[in-house]
Design a protein around this ligand. Structure first.
Ligand code: SAM
Length: 251
């Protein structure tokens, strides 16, 4: 059911090998010796990539069906990008998509275009982003966080369920590095104003100037490549974008 969610006690306890098998060796717990329950043994896999040297740096929060992840993958082939999605079946669907794309790349036929990164750099995890993000990411780990077409929760009494709020922004500021960027896009003007206001009011974020926003390749991708964004385009709806930089820590 959607009620049981797995999450690590701390980012150091997270085993990323299931999500990025080309980048991480398996952490396996030894459970026999009484004093070694925390001991971890490394199981090496064959790969050209130096294992266990990278960390996730980009997160797509509430990633839905994975369109953004798949477009970002070849754009940032050296960067690990994680989608987090609360719905179990949607998560499983995105996992299947990623596995199929990886397999296509590894069994490449002659004449087929080479995809930088081979989709080994994207992963999907099931999780509630409003509850457990600091369990997955350490301080300053992320360089970009995407909030694409988040659920609008229209009614005032439901506003506390919105994914941008003062409390959650403090968490996002903690896991984002100074200079890191929060990207937001929605087709609901009221939600856009809400997100922009809360980010504007927060001392750890400053809005990206319009010019800089429009030049950012991620903004272009986020406008066109998420499933929700495509639906809005089909219905000729509007899309509101606001991006914010995480400022330096106060001295
Ligand atoms: N970002 C995708 C896009 O643009 O196509 C999906 C947008 S959809 C309207 C919102 C998604 O956020 C849904 O897939 C929903 O399951 C997910 N979601 C809602 N609350 C969440 C939470 N607390 N943690 C993770 N995902 C969440």
């Amino acid at each position: 059911s959607d009620h049981r969610l797995d999450y690590p006690i701390s980012p150091q306890d997270m085993d990323w090998s299931d999500y990025f098998p080309a980048y991480f060796s398996k952490k396996r717990k030894l459970d026999d010796a009484a004093d070694s329950s925390e001991e971890v043994i490394e199981v090496q896999t064959t790969s050209d990539i130096k294992l266990d040297t990278k960390k996730v740096e980009i997160a797509d929060i509430g990633c839905g069906f994975g369109g953004l992840l798949i477009s970002l993958a070849p754009t940032f082939p050296e960067t690990l990008i994680l989608g987090m999605e609360i719905r179990m079946q949607v998560t499983a669907y995105v996992q299947d998509r990623i596995t199929a794309l990886r397999n296509q790349c590894s069994t490449k036929k002659e004449g087929q275009e080479v995809v930088p990164g081979g989709y080994q750099n994207i992963g999907i995890i099931r999780g509630n982003a409003m509850k457990f993000l600091p369990n997955f990411f350490e301080k300053h780990q992320l360089s970009k966080m995407f909030f694409c077409f988040p659920d609008p929760h229209f009614k005032a009494r439901k506003h506390k369920a919105r994914i941008i709020s003062p409390t959650l922004l403090a968490e996002y500021a903690y896991i984002l590095r100074p200079g890191g960027i929060i990207y937001t896009i929605t087709d609901v003007e009221d939600l856009h104003l809400w997100m922009a206001k809360h980010l504007d009011d927060h001392p750890m974020f400053e809005r990206l100037p319009e010019e800089e926003q429009e030049e950012d390749v991620c903004v272009k991708i986020m406008r066109t490549d998420t499933e929700e964004g495509k639906k809005v385009a089909r219905n000729q709806g509007s899309k509101w974008v606001a991006c914010f930089r995480r400022v330096e820590d106060p001295v």
